[in-house]
Design a protein around this ligand. Structure first.
Ligand code: BCO
Length: 565
């Protein structure tokens, strides 16, 4: 039997450092997963050594700019010493211990990378979140995760202060800001006096490393747990074959720090290959800044959501001369073949789409060297066995539509998430027969290429965000104008699909100015939950379609939106 990485443990051979070739072989399941693995010690510190011996080009490991003239460039050596200092901040004044959970809600600032690596060095469980989270979202995350520490920037601090008294497990509030704030420990201040001496813990390969919150059809977001190896080794081949990275490359992955795409593109895949991670602070996305950045900096590799490419192809791209760009990637939502063609016609570059999820990472991709079929998301990636299955868990033949699934029995791939924390029912609900079901529908053609069809459930995929309708409906119902609502996806030329709310109004609001009320409801949702979830379309209706038992039939409204019979 092939090593699964899960059941066969072995220590590094005689303590010899793991090589990139070892990690690739483990990722292919040709070698056993080591008993212990730590990304900081086993990967980053190795690159730091290679820098010293000249085996890696003199390229920064992290190159950060903010568009206002500020710039940070760290080699792997500097990343090593600075993250050791950050590790000492977390364990000493913050008093955190291996296994403790740390919520980190930071914009794209260099400290996000430092704290991420510091968590690896100390065995703390990193829980990233987008700065769009509201006080209510943060409260929920802190309560269910029982996080011991929260790390935020200045703009998020007031939201935390408004709810933290309801979070008894939070012992430390750490602020990343040049200014101090009452009730908060200052990361910058503690960092200045922290020692560079730190001994990286020997984490087990299957030990928890990170928790990502992910939205479903019902209920609040679930906590998807990833291990040291699922993130730390599981992206070795992705970095080499999808991102096509070498240590001389500079990758700009646009994703917000809160999403697993940031972990994939701006931490693990890139640093596994020794490449430079480029970051632009860009608080608000702007196409001009984006294009200027590509013409100014020697970025070789770009990864961004299809919505960004849809926005970019509306510009006259031939006017721009990108400095070094040679490889472009996209993922998070389906890419239209027209956008791929337009991007290629205007820039001469292909767009390599990848498909994946928070739970499982990248599972299909158009990899470098592979023929691209426009509209397809490529082939299943090693070590995943991707199949299309029916409702009984049977594999469907090419050309048949079904659910996109991953074979997990008898051998569960190690790069797979461990579980939904404290939620065995939800974890079990993702299994069908020998498979993990993604919740997405698709088909595979006779050449093994996968084609995305849509969600099997009510989750909305808009601008690369996965949005649970229940969360938006829960926000809407808090407004006195709303008796009930149904939230579904609606087609949109720019964002692929957007959130649409069908709203039944309460009697006092029936004769309101509906345009004004729409804006009010949108604003209300933006304040109640992360703004990216707000309904960009609102329709007021007398009643909602329901089943005989009174359950709202979202599928009827969704089909109506998409013009389906
Ligand atoms: O469009 P609007 O202006 O009406 O609304 C925007 C913001 O203005 C608004 N907003 C943000 N902060 C706010 C606020 N409103 C009030 N108060 C605040 N504090 O909310 C809306 C947010 O929408 P957005 O984020 O889509 O903004 P924008 O500027 O249109 O950005 C476009 C994109 C494409 C850059 C953005 O949508 C994006 O980054 N999308 C990609 C998401 C992504 O990375 N997904 C990957 C997830 S991981 C994954 O899929 C697994 C794959 C393996």
């Amino acid at each position: 039997a092939k090593p699964s990485g899960r059941h066969f443990h072995r220590n590094h051979q005689l303590g010899a450092p793991l090589t990139l070739a070892d990690l690739e072989a483990i990722n292919r399941c040709e070698k056993f997963l080591p008993k212990n693995f730590n990304f900081a010690g086993d990967v980053l510190d190795q690159w730091s050594q290679k820098e010293k011996t000249g085996e890696r080009p003199a390229n920064p490991a992290l190159w950060w700019v903010n568009g206002k003239g500020d710039e940070v460039k760290w080699s792997f050596g500097e990343l090593g010493s600075l993250s050791r200092k950050a590790a000492n901040v977390l364990t000493k004044p913050c008093g955190l211990q291996r296994g403790d959970r740390v919520a980190v809600i930071l914009p794209r600032v260099p400290e996000w990378w430092l704290i991420n690596v510091a968590c690896m060095r100390t065995g703390l469980v990193f829980m990233p979140g987008t700065t769009q989270l509201t006080a209510k979202d943060i409260l929920y995350r802190l309560q269910v995760s029982k996080a011991k520490c929260i790390v935020v920037s200045e703009e998020v601090a007031p939201a935390v202060e408004s709810i933290v008294s309801e979070c008894p497990n939070v012992k430390t509030k750490l602020l990343v800001s040049p200014h101090s704030r009452n009730g908060w420990l200052s990361f910058q201040e503690l960092f200045r006096s922290a020692s560079e001496e730190h001994h990286c813990v020997e984490t087990g390969s299957q030990e928890p490393m990170a928790i990502y919150f992910t939205s479903g059809t019902t209920g609040s977001p679930k906590m998807a747990l990833h291990s040291q190896s699922s993130l730390g080794i599981g992206y070795t081949l992705c970095g080499r074959y999808w991102l096509d990275l070498k240590s001389s490359d500079i990758i700009w992955n646009m994703s917000d720090t809160g999403w697993i795409k940031a972990a994939i593109g701006s931490v693990f895949s890139s640093w596994l290959q020794g490449a430079c991670v480029f970051v632009h602070r860009m608080a608000q996305f702007d196409t001009d800044t984006f294009l200027d950045t590509l013409t100014t900096y020697p970025i070789t590799t770009l990864c961004s959501a299809p919505t960004v490419y849809r926005m970019l192809v509306q510009k006259d791209l031939k006017r721009y001369k990108f400095k070094k760009l040679r490889h472009c990637l996209t993922g998070g939502e389906p890419l239209n073949p027209e956008v791929l063609e337009q991007w290629k016609a205007q820039t001469g570059l292909e767009l390599y789409e990848g498909y994946g999820q928070t739970e499982v990472g990248i599972i299909c991709a158009n990899q470098k060297g592979q023929e691209i079929k426009p509209g397809s998301m490529g082939k299943g990636v090693v070590p995943y066995d991707v199949q299309i299955i029916d409702e009984k868990g049977n594999i469907l033949p090419p050309g048949k539509e079904g659910e996109i699934a991953l074979k997990i029995k008898t051998t569960r791939p190690f790069c797979f998430f461990s579980e939904y924390v404290d939620n065995p029912e939800k974890t079990a609900a993702t299994m069908r027969g020998n498979f993990y079901i993604t919740g997405d529908r698709g088909m595979m053609d006779s050449d093994g290429y996968f084609w995305f069809v849509g969600r099997a459930d009510d989750v909305i995929i808009s601008s690369g965000y996965r949005i649970g309708p229940f969360e938006v409906e829960s926000a809407l119902i808090e407004h006195p104008a709303v008796v009930e609502s149904a939230v579904v996806s609606s087609p949109d030329p720019l964002r692929g699909e957007v959130v649409k709310a069908f709203v039944v109004l309460s009697a006092p609001f029936k004769f309101s100015n509906l345009e004004k009320l729409t804006l009010e409801l949108q604003d209300h949702v933006k304040k109640s939950t992360a703004p990216y979830k707000y309904p960009r379309k609102v329709e007021f209706v007398q009643e909602l379609p329901k089943t005989i038992t009174g359950k709202i039939k979202r599928n009827v409204l969704r089909d109506q939106e998409w013009g389906r019979a």
